[in-house]
Design a protein around this ligand. Structure first.
Ligand code: ATP
Ligand code: MG
Length: 162
């Protein structure tokens, strides 16, 4: 059970606003899965998200090679995973995911390991693109349905929701 919200983000600035919406509503612990094919904007979203939370400018690199990067900010820790290169489940269990889940977790390419994810999570699916436009589906799963009203209100300010 969950709620779905579909929006179109027209450019980077709007993706930045989208990241802000999730920062403004954030209650730790939280896992956000970032789905969608290569080059859709998952790392870009993560970078906006982390920078909205940080006082200083943070250079957010794709965690494709380290698989996980952590950002220890003043009030919280963000664990940013990219599971694209994970070969087997054993490797995944060496990555302190259980510790990460007490904090704020962003996961790119979550599909392979989704069976081990908490039911209560948010999924942001970059469905398709055209130039700088991204069609995005947001799914609020499990108890994250509680975010619905607040997120919807903030999204409505900028986006047409369908
Ligand atoms: N509206 C938009 N939102 C996000 N990215 C955008 C948008 N418009 C253009 N872009 C560009 O698309 C690219 C997205 O790259 P990014 O590394 O974020 O993709 P990714 O989904 O993380 O890919 P990968 O699967 O390789 O990790 C960037 O160059 C970014 O500037
Ligand atoms: Mg990426």
């Amino acid at each position: 059970m969950g709620y779905e919200i579909n929006i179109s983000v027209k450019n980077l600035n709007e993706t930045k606003y989208l990241a802000k919406v999730f920062v403004l509503t954030l209650k730790v612990p939280l896992l956000i899965s970032l789905k969608g094919k290569i080059g859709m904007g998952k790392t870009t979203f993560a970078s906006f998200f982390i920078n909205h939370l940080s006082k200083e400018k943070v250079k957010v690199l794709s965690p494709t090679f380290p698989i996980v990067n952590t950002y220890k900010l003043k009030k919280l820790e963000i664990w940013h995973y990219d599971l694209y290169r994970i070969k087997d489940k054993k490797e995944f269990f060496t990555l302190d995911f259980d510790i990460a889940l007490n904090n704020c977790v962003l996961v790119e390419w979550p599909e392979l390991m989704e069976e081990f994810f908490p039911k209560n999570r948010i999924e942001i699916f970059f469905k398709d693109e055209e130039s700088d436009l991204r069609n995005i589906k947001i799914s609020l799963l499990g108890s994250c349905t509680n975010y619905y009203k607040e997120i919807w209100k903030l999204l409505k300010k900028k986006f047409l929701i369908y």
